[in-house]
Design a protein around this ligand. Structure first.
Ligand SMILES: CCCCCCCCCCCCCC(=O)CSCCNC(=O)CCNC(=O)[C@H](O)C(C)(C)COP(=O)(O)OP(=O)(O)OC[C@H]1O[C@@H](n2cnc3c(N)ncnc32)[C@H](O)[C@@H]1OP(=O)(O)O
Ligand SMILES: CCOC(=O)c1cnc2ccc(OC)cc2c1SCCC#N
Length: 389
């Protein structure tokens, strides 16, 4: 199919896939900042660019409402992601962020926010290369303005603003297939509240299964079983950083986190991100950690249920505790916090525990992309060490 916009972009093109002569690395060289377009791209007349300051409660509320009503829905329109305001501030204010990369489009007359796209800076490792990238996310055009080719303008504008900071690569995910995924991952879901998932129509009672038999199947202990399993604290940041950096080295693409990054991305934040460490009772060494983030979804058109409370597996490292036991404790911790479902992608070592812990495969796929960086061949999900929000 024709990708009229994406065919113009420095991304792996489908026709290149069989051309083994193409080398791995940047597709286009950087250009001098003076040659980067200095002024914003043209929008259709009725609209204007705005930089969204997420530290402003009013602007954050406008962004929240736009996404809450117009962001990603599953193919059956059963759910729509409902990122919270606190989550958006966390996701968009990492160390070194640029306010100018939080880009909105308003209607000139009414000042209504009708489109949004964001970038955050990230130091990424691709094989043995450390590459400064933008992580692009939260691309959203109001439902009433779809199919007007606004998305390519949003993408070109965030690209321009990233170029102005002398960054030439990006990473992003999408549920849609675009030129060209570096890998395609599968979502897996572990029921924590099977009755609610059946009520909303996501799950169905298995054949020869009663509701009570189903509840029993997914029942978990009341508290984590691993000795020394506790909430992560600020004092654990150095140890968790060491564990995570060593663990991520085995993957082809992974973030190059330092202690400041770990403090921002992994330290627990109420209703945003939860993380636990295993502190060995003998020598108080931190041997393992697990983490998950909170991303609720609106349940569309249900008479009694309006919100699905979903936890998403984030970064997990097990060096002494079996990974399956660590991840079962994560399930137990999430159930204690009243989550309805625990979701995980088949990235990193996740496929080693999914079936044993009673995850079921989802029907959606998540494709990962790099902008202006070619990989010689597509990766297996287990070669990917990156989770985007
Ligand atoms: C060096 C720095 C570089 C930084 C930039 C890096 C790249 C960052 C790239 C962005 C990464 C975002 C990651 C992210 O946020 C996570 S993926 C979530 C994207 N958002 C949603 O799905 C929300 C609901 N949908 C919408 O708001 C609209 O449908 C959107 C805005 C998605 C498209 O609006 P529309 O009104 O439905 O469509 P037109 O305006 O008429 O435009 C059609 C063109 O847009 C292409 N399209 C459609 N969906 C796309 C998607 N998810 N990524 C990229 N491209 C996408 C499509 O292929 C076509 O191009 P083609 O003709 O070539 O095929
Ligand atoms: C019960 C299992 O499904 C989800 O948790 C869920 C929730 N909200 C969504 C909103 C938009 C959406 O659009 C793709 C999917 C979901 C999904 S399934 C894929 C995410 C995961 N895991």
């Amino acid at each position: 199919q024709r990708h009229k916009f994406w065919e113009t972009q420095p991304v792996g093109q489908f026709k290149d896939l069989r051309d083994a002569s193409l080398s791995e690395g940047p597709i286009e060289p950087p250009t001098p900042i003076s040659e980067v377009k200095q002024e914003p791209y043209n929008l259709p007349n009725l609209y204007e660019w705005v930089t969204c300051d997420l530290s402003s409660a009013d602007t954050c509320a406008e962004v929240y409402n736009l996404l809450s009503n117009n962001y990603v829905e599953d193919d059956e329109n059963m759910f729509r992601f409902n990122y919270s305001k606190e989550f958006l501030q966390w996701a968009l204010h990492p160390p070194g962020y640029y306010k100018t990369w939080h880009i909105g489009v308003r209607v000139k007359s009414s000042k209504k926010l009708v489109a949004f796209i964001t970038g955050i800076p990230a130091r990424m490792r691709v094989r043995s290369e450390i590459v400064s990238m933008a992580e692009v996310n939260f691309l959203c055009v109001h439902k009433k303005l779809r199919s007007k080719r606004l998305a390519p303008v949003m993408i070109k504008e965030v690209t321009r603003r990233v170029h102005l900071e002398n960054i030439w690569q990006a990473a992003y995910t999408a549920g849609v297939v675009l030129p060209t995924p570096i890998t395609s991952c599968q979502y897996w879901h572990r029921s924590l509240n099977p009755k609610k998932l059946i009520d909303v129509g996501f799950s169905r009672l298995g054949p020869r299964m009663t509701m009570s038999r189903t509840l029993k199947l997914y029942k978990l202990p009341d508290s984590p079983v691993t000795p020394g399993f506790r909430k992560m604290e600020l004092r654990d940041v150095p140890a968790v950083t060491r564990l995570l950096r060593a663990y991520l080295l085995q993957f082809v693409v992974a973030p190059d986190f330092d202690e400041l990054d770990v403090e921002h991305w992994i330290l627990p934040k109420e209703e945003v991100v939860d993380s636990y460490v295993v502190e060995s009772p003998e020598d108080h060494e931190i041997t393992d950690f697990c983490s998950f983030y909170t991303l609720p979804s609106s349940i569309l058109g249900h008479p009694t249920h309006s919100i699905l409370k979903a936890a998403y597996s984030y970064y997990n490292v097990a060096t002494k505790t079996p990974l399956v036991q660590l991840m079962n404790d994560a399930l137990i911790a999430a159930k204690q916090k009243d989550f309805d479902v625990f979701n995980a992608l088949d990235v990193m070592h996740n496929e080693t525990f999914l079936k044993e812990l009673k995850y079921g495969p989802g029907d959606g796929k998540l494709h990962y992309y790099l902008y202006n960086y070619r990989l010689k061949q597509i990766l297996r999900p287990s070669e990917l060490g990156l989770v985007l929000l």
